[in-house]
Ligand binder design. Structure first.
Ligand SMILES: Cc1cc2nc3c(=O)[nH]c(=O)nc-3n(C[C@H](O)[C@H](O)[C@H](O)COP(=O)(O)O)c2cc1C
Length: 173
């Protein structure tokens, strides 16, 4: 069976629950879901297909590259793994009404960190159907991964997940 690793943070919020929805919808893949707190190099090396999920909770969190941000520990761990053989897709949670100038900015951080390590990044997603002004998580009308808004468009989440999976399943090994 095909297999993939779903790496996510934080636990017990929307990123976590949407991760379960993605796993359910991606039925022909066996997906191991692991919080960034429980990762290690061996696990990362075992899987060639990765899904990375996170939320944007204020730009200061991303700019603060100290140990209080768990993502930066994860990015450091990435330096020990050859990402050129990995196929990587992102999903990001955000709130487009309260943060219309920074909607899913975190997808931009994922893009930067994986692009500089030469990963094969797949799953860019159209910005149509969203209401926001700006985002660091997009380029040329496409988000760097699946953008979701459980605060203001939860009714669109299932449909978006299934459309996105149709897209990335072609690229996963
Ligand atoms: C303090 C705080 C700051 C936030 N900043 C942003 C932001 O800059 N951009 C955005 O799109 N969403 C922002 N959000 C919304 C969250 O990303 C959104 O509610 C998400 O679903 C939370 O998922 P989680 O519970 O898994 O972290 C913010 C939420 C909080 C509580």
């Amino acid at each position: 069976m095909n297999k993939a690793l779903l790496v996510f943070w934080p636990e017990k919020g929307n990123v976590d629950s949407v991760g379960d929805k993605i796993i359910k919808a991606f039925e022909e893949f066996e997906i191991k879901k692991v919080s960034i707190l429980n990762l290690n190099k061996e696990l990362l090396e075992e899987y060639d297909n990765w899904i990375i999920g996170g939320s944007t909770v204020g730009s200061h969190v991303w700019e603060d590259a100290d140990d209080s941000n768990r993502w930066f520990e994860f990015f450091k761990l990435l330096n020990q793994v050859d990402l050129t053989k990995k196929v990587v897709a992102f999903y990001g949670l955000g709130d487009q009404i309260l943060y219309p100038h920074h909607y899913v900015d975190g997808l931009g951080v994922f893009m930067e960190e994986f692009e500089k390590r030469n990963a094969n990044i797949v799953g860019q997603w159209s910005t149509e159907g969203y209401q926001f002004y700006d985002s660091d998580g997009m380029k040329d009308g496409k988000f760097f991964g699946l953008a979701l808004d459980e605060d203001h468009q939860p009714e669109k989440t299932d449909e978006r997940i299934s459309g996105w999976i149709t897209l990335i399943r072609k690229d996963f090994k």
